[in-house]
Design a protein around this ligand. Structure first.
Ligand code: HEM
Length: 158
C-alpha cells in the first residue's frame, strides 16, 4: 500500500511508536506539579491502567484496529474541572513527546489536530469560569475522528 493510502496509525509506526510517545506525554503530565491533584490517591496499578487506556485510545483514534475498552472523553473527564490553562500545557507536552520520538511534521500536526479537537469534551473551565458540568452518560462513544468526518455513530466503522 502506498504511503498515501495508509492510516495515521500506520504512518506513525503502529503500536510501539504510539505507546512510546503517549507514555512520554503522560510522564510529563505526571511529573508536573500543576497536575498533581489528578494523581493523588492513585496507586501504581490504577496509573498503569490509565496509561494503557491512553495508549489504546490514541491507537483507536488514529485508525488502529484495537478495541478501546475505556470510556468516552466526556464521561471520563466530566467533573474534573480541567482548565484551558491546563489544556495548553497538555498540548505542549504532547508536542514535546512527538518531537522526542522524531515523529515527522505532517503526522505530528495530524496528531495535535486530533487531540485539539477533543478540547470541548475535556475542558470545563475557560479562564476560571466553569463552562460545562455533567452530561448525559447514555451518550454513545463517538471518536474525534468520527466527529471530524461528520459521520453518524450508526454509519461509523468504529
Ligand atoms: C489537561 C489535560 C488532561 C487531564 C488533566 C486529564 C486527566 C485525566 C484523569 C484525571 C483521568 C482519570 C479519570 C478517572 O479515572 O476517573 C483521565 C483518564 C483518561 N484520559 Fe485524560 N486528561 C487530559 C487529557 C486527555 C487527552 C488529551 C486524552 C486523549 C488523547 C485523554 C485520554 C484519557 C483516557 C483514554 C483516559 C482513561 C479513560 C477511562 O478510564 O475509561 N486525556 N484523564
Amino acid at each position: 500500500m502506498s504511503r498515501k493510502g495508509k492510516t495515521l496509525y500506520e504512518r506513525l509506526g503502529g503500536y510501539d511508536v504510539i505507546a512510546s510517545f503517549v507514555t512520554e506525554y503522560i510522564g510529563r503530565i505526571r511529573a508536573d506539579p500543576q497536575f498533581a491533584r489528578y494523581g493523588s490517591s492513585r496507586g501504581t496499578d490504577k496509573k498503569k491502567r490509565d496509561l494503557q487506556l491512553n495508549i489504546d485510545y490514541m491507537c483507536k483514534v488514529t485508525g488502529g484496529h484495537n478495541y478501546y475498552m475505556g470510556r468516552d472523553m466526556k464521561t471520563t473527564h466530566a467533573g474534573l474541572g480541567i482548565s484551558s490553562v491546563e489544556w495548553k500545557t497538555n498540548m505542549r507536552y504532547m508536542a514535546e513527546a512527538l518531537d522526542k520520538f522524531k515523529i515527522p511534521e505532517k503526522e505530528k500536526e495530524e496528531v495535535l489536530a486530533l487531540v485539539e479537537n477533543m478540547k470541548s469534551e475535556i475542558v470545563e473551565k475557560l479562564l476560571g469560569i466553569t463552562v460545562r458540568q455533567g452530561f448525559n452518560t447514555a451518550r454513545p462513544f463517538i471518536s474525534p475522528r468520527a466527529s471530524l468526518e461528520r459521520t453518524s455513530f450508526a454509519s461509523s466503522s468504529l
